[in-house]
Write a protein that binds this ligand. Structure first.
Ligand SMILES: [Zn+2]
Ligand SMILES: [Zn+2]
Length: 176
C-alpha cells in the first residue's frame, strides 16, 4: 500500500533538518514519514554555467529512488535550485503527483528555528501541491507563492481555511 511519505536528503543536508521534518510533517499530512539515506545529486541535473541544479532533471532522477510503498517522495537539496526560465526556486511540487523537491540553499538564517520554519513551510507548500493544492491568493497561507525569503518569512506557517479543508479531505482517505 502506498502510504508513506519519504524524505530524500541529498548531499550536505543536515540530519537535524530531516529529523525535525520527520517529526512535524505527519501532523500536516497524516501519513508516516521515513527518511532515506543521503544521495548524491546526479551530475546531469547540474547546470555548471549557472552553478545550480535543474528541478526537472532532479525530479526525473527521483523516479529511480522512489520506494515501492511511497505515497510521496520529497527531495531535499542543500544546493541552489532553479528551472530553465527562473533565476532560482525554493522548491517545486508536482500537482497530484508523487514527487516534490525543496532547496535549503536560500533558506539559511543564524537563528536555526527561523531557518527551520522556512524549511517546514516550503516542504508543506510543495508537498501540498502533490496532494492537489493550488496556489493561494491569501498571503496568510503556506500555499501562497513566495518569491523571496522576506515573503516567505511574512507568510505564517498555516493553511487558510479552504486549503486546510481540502488537505484534510485528501489525506483522510487512509483512515479506516
Ligand atoms: Zn507552489
Ligand atoms: Zn490557502
Amino acid at each position: 500500500m502506498h502510504n508513506t511519505l519519504y524524505l530524500l536528503p541529498y548531499t550536505d543536508v543536515p540530519l537535524w533538518v530531516t529529523d525535525r521534518l520527520a517529526l512535524d510533517l505527519p501532523e500536516w499530512f497524516d501519513h508516516p514519514v521515513h527518511v532515506l539515506p543521503h544521495h548524491e545529486p546526479p551530475e546531469e541535473a547540474y547546470a555548471p554555467h549557472r552553478g545550480q541544479f535543474l528541478a526537472d532533471a532532479l525530479l526525473q532522477h527521483m523516479n529511480h529512488l522512489m520506494p515501492r510503498d511511497a505515497l510521496k517522495l520529497l527531495g531535499i537539496l542543500a544546493d541552489d535550485l532553479t528551472t530553465h526560465d527562473t533565476p532560482f526556486i525554493f522548491g517545486q511540487g508536482q500537482r497530484y503527483g508523487r514527487k516534490a523537491l525543496i532547496s535549503l540553499y536560500r533558506l539559511g538564517h543564524p537563528d536555526l528555528d527561523r531557518c527551520y520554519t522556512r524549511i517546514l513551510r516550503q516542504a508543506v507548500h510543495d508537498l501540498g501541491h502533490t496532494f492537489g493544492l493550488e496556489h493561494c491568493l491569501y498571503p496568510a497561507c503556506a500555499l501562497h507563492p513566495s518569491r523571496s525569503v522576506a515573503e516567505l518569512d511574512a507568510s505564517p506557517l498555516e493553511l487558510c481555511h479552504e486549503h486546510h479543508r481540502a488537505l484534510r479531505a485528501r489525506t483522510l482517505t487512509r483512515r479506516p
